[in-house]
Design a protein around this ligand. Sequence first.
Ligand SMILES: *Cc1c(COP(=O)(O)O)cnc(C)c1O
Length: 400
Amino acid sequence: MCFFNITKGKNAYIRVKFPLIMQAAVKKIQMVDLIGQYEKLQPEIDKAILDVVRSAAFINGPEVKNFQAEFEKYLGVKHVIPCANGTDALQIAMMAMDLKPGDEIITADFTYVATAEVIGLLGLKPVLVDVYPGTFTLNIEEVKKAITPKTKAIVPVHLFGQCAEMDELMKLAKQHNFYVFEDVAQAIGADYTYPDGKKVKAGTIGHIGCTSFFPSKNLGCYGDGGAMFTNDDELAKKMRMIANHGQSVQYYHDVVGVNSRLDSIQAAVLRIKLRHLDEYAKARQKAAAYYNKAFANHPKIKTPARSQHSTHVFHQYTLVLEGADRNKLREYLATKDIPAMVYYPVPLHLQKAYKDPRYKEGAFPVTEHLCASVISLPIHTELSEETQSYITGAVLEFLK
Ligand SMILES: *Cc1c(COP(=O)(O)O)cnc(C)c1O
């Protein structure tokens, strides 16, 4: 029993439909389908890029200012300061806080390396804490234990698309007088609801929010890009100065800065994609709901737990496998041309570059367990139910 369904589109491809075991989708499944997304916006994007080229306003052109203003409006924040990438955003934010070597910065052990990297580069002391096993965000009780008189800042990472428990963190910050800056690279567009019902955008709660426009992020450009946001006029001024060689007046350098800019072509692309960000989040949420339903109540699969205070924009759709071999599942999916990724395979405290006698193996049991058992499935704005059915079918077949 089989049937053929031959589709010829612009990128003519042939999809041959067989019963699951033999199914071969010729259009390659991807973790993120940036080409499919581009094709829908192509005339608009092509024109915007060409307009920049024709104007030759490549650096600090009007597109950068326009994007900045539109992004401020979208986020409901006073200042957006564009920069060259998300790692720079974290570094510039930290430089703006006038910290001294040895000052302690608390962050999550289960995350992308960038946060710990800039802490290390600036001679500050990273203090790692474990995360919640369900939402993968900073465990507040662990944060409380890690606070010392030297704690100067805390960097919650809104991992995979939903916010850490910001209300609790802001209370601690007030009580102990330290800064909070949000790494919102994976959760741009998520809404955070305070206990009193007030709703704000992820990244605008702490003193500073930092994001990345890396192409595969939910709001991605066509190269590198990043931004800091804040409601604090002083911090905004300082970050703008640091990102611009430490000058606020040209050729007068008040502090040692860096050179970190978002270029005009990237800003032009971002202006267009920003208009679609909420609709992109909805597409991702829909795809996540499909996966959740397919995997519901499976004894070996834990679907992503949801924070009570944050919407989830599913930068990643990440399962925790219990009693099944994550690596073997990944290999099995690869034989069916289904990509799957492990974010992240090694906890920060076990990375060679960040080894520290304070943290031995077993120091962060939740993170260590997650690193051994998480697997992220393809999720993006162009995912069809047909493809998802193929993916979930293969996962369930392996775990049978
Ligand atoms: C992508 C990412 C970064 C770094 O962004 P770049 O633009 O690649 O420098 C930082 N933190 C998190 C959580 C990220 O996902």
